[in-house]
Design a protein around this ligand. Structure first.
Ligand code: GUN
Length: 293
């Protein structure tokens, strides 16, 4: 078993991103600029957004955090998005999900100018991605492709089983792995909450990507020997041991699955760190007008 080391790959790619950001600053006098909008005080969202802001600063981007209390109206949030869309100093806009129940996430997603949609959630970006056209690719699936590339993992002709069909991970990931690109060219199966006997499918996976949000969901008996295992799980539990007061668990029973795998991502230290890289790369591409003129 070998580790797909998110810490190693993300640090390496951050240096490349920082170098490009410095070049942009030297040539244009401006930094790539990401705006993150955070509504309410969800513990996970607070952590993720703080990490996004911190990493922007670390690579020489400008970042702005726009905060709202959980009772902000949908109308006010949509108005803010319009304002951010119109501001020429902003390259990327993300609205952290989940949003409170009274706000329709689809309305917010579609309100973001697709040319600044560095989350890649807008239907224009999703459609363009599916067609293999230049687009912003959702950060977690993008980060996973960068990791597979870094380690030269063979994907063509493999059976990739994606567990979970979320708009953020499972669904876009399945599209990427089926595309006629590298990484890609897989036969893709998507499993979800209505799939009977998920094990029948996971046992066939050469590449198993798990984004279901349940600790230890994938056990050793569900994995084919030699499989590549990508664990997207970010299950937070309170802990008296860690400094943060939380401990992170993946969706995969790492201890028992790892000995059967050819490659596996740890949690923490795997996909989570690569998600940040996906976001930074999209923001950089937006600043350079690489995707849309
Ligand atoms: N919530 C969980 N992951 C993400 C993400 O990548 N982007 C946004 N905006 N919200 C999220």
């Amino acid at each position: 078993m070998q580790l797909l080391d998110g810490k190693y790959v993300s640090e390496k790619l951050k240096i490349e991103i920082a170098t490009e950001a410095a070049q942009i600053l030297a040539e244009t006098g401006r930094k790539p600029h990401l705006v993150a909008v955070l509504v309410g005080h969800d513990g996970g969202s607070e952590t993720y957004v703080a990490s996004k802001i911190k990493n922007c600063e670390a690579v020489g981007f400008k970042s702005t955090l726009v905060r709202y209390e959980g009772d902000v109206t949908e109308e006010e949030l949509l108005k803010k998005v319009e304002e951010l869309n119109a501001d020429p100093d902003i390259d990327g806009i993300i609205v952290q999900l989940p949003l409170p129940k009274h706000i329709d996430p689809e309305k917010v997603t579609e309100k973001i100018d697709y040319r600044k949609d560095v989350d890649g959630f807008h239907p224009v970006n999703l459609g363009r991605m599916q067609r293999n056209l230049p687009s912003f690719i959702p950060a977690t699936p993008f980060g996973i492709t960068l990791m597979l590339k870094e380690y030269g993992i063979d994907t063509a002709g493999k059976h990739c089983v994606v567990v979970g069909r979320s708009n953020i991970v499972g669904s876009p990931m399945s599209i990427l792995m089926a595309r006629n690109t590298y990484p890609g060219n897989c036969t893709v199966t998507i499993c979800h909450s209505r799939t009977p006997s998920i094990k029948d499918f996971t046992l066939q996976a050469d590449i198993l990507i798990v984004a279901i949000g349940k600790k230890n969901f994938i056990t050793a008996d569900m994995v084919k020997p030699g499989a590549v295992i990508i664990d997207v799980g970010m299950n937070r539990e309170t802990s008296t041991v860690t400094k943060s007061g939380f401990k992170l668990f993946g969706d995969v029973d790492f201890e028992n699955v790892a000995p059967k795998a050819s490659w596996i991502t740890p949690v923490p230290g795997g996909v989570g760190l690569m998600t940040i890289i996906g976001l930074l790369k999209n923001t950089l591409a937006s600043a350079k007008k690489e995707v849309y003129k």
